[in-house]
Design a protein around this ligand. Sequence first.
Ligand SMILES: Nc1nc2c(ncn2[C@@H]2O[C@H](COP(=O)(O)OP(=O)(O)O)[C@@H](O)[C@H]2O)c(=O)[nH]1
Ligand SMILES: [Mg+2]
Ligand SMILES: [Zn+2]
Length: 293
Amino acid sequence: MKKLVKGQVIQCTRDLCTVQIFETKKLILAKSTGNLKYQKVSIIIGDIVEVIWQEDNNVNVISKRFKRKNKLERPKIANVEASFIVTSVKEPKLDFIFLIKVIIWIQIQTDIKPILIFTKTDLIQDKDKEILKQIQLYTKNYQTILINYFQQTKINKLQQLIQKTSVFLGRSGVGKSTLLNLLNPKLNLKTKAVSFKSKLGTHQTSLSQYLYINNQLVADTPGFNKITLSGISKLELLNNFPFFSNQKKEKCHFQPCFHDHEPKCAIKKQWINEINKKPFLDLWQKLIKEVEE
Ligand SMILES: Nc1nc2c(ncn2[C@@H]2O[C@H](COP(=O)(O)OP(=O)(O)O)[C@@H](O)[C@H]2O)c(=O)[nH]1
Ligand SMILES: [Mg+2]
Ligand SMILES: [Zn+2]
């Protein structure tokens, strides 16, 4: 018996995908070859698809991809409703330029404000106060969680925040898989930082996949260590940089003002005059330069 069913792709290895059927909640395997490939329709995890399901024969085939709400390029994933950016305070060291770039890039691609998770807080020592200060720059603008793997109460709180189809992303080694394992111990994901000397003998998440936490789909993704903003426009950057004060912005002489070389720029004046705003000026100048290149 053949039947058309609708579901969401939660895992893919080459052309073979695991699809969760909406109606029955069951998982089935389906191929994304055939007609779709001919039409050059790619299937990535998160895609909502139609499957030709065959009862007595395992070769189910994906026959259609429905329109995507959004699509991330790296990690390749579609239809995310919430994103969690995971950054370790140490090991690997917190890189603010990297973080702001991930934030901007995810906002542009999904139109969703990410939630920021800062991990490995157990490694912070007295001499690292600067790190906490830097994190504070973000707490006004973003929902922020500071956490380490000993803090069960915080892990429970984080679990409550997972209410939608979500993606966990960030550099490799920051503790994404560790966190997901704590959020759902049944997952048993492999963890461990990548060895820089030999890539052997270490466990690195190499495929994105959706997992279940709190009855929601949550994607664990391979870490990425490079991010570039080339390809985004100056205006997109302007609209997604989180640290402009709205009142000040309106006082700039030019509209829109890129707060760079424009005369009578209220934002730049404030950033230069207020010592605690200096980090924003540095960040902004680096970013705008990168986009202009
Ligand atoms: N000290 C400390 N180490 C952690 C914490 N969370 C994860 N790690 C370690 O960081 C390494 C990388 O973790 P993993 O979950 O594989 O990172 P992923 O690449 O982001 O998935 C592992 O050796 C973990 O044991 C934490 O809260 N504190
Ligand atoms: Mg991992
Ligand atoms: Zn300005």
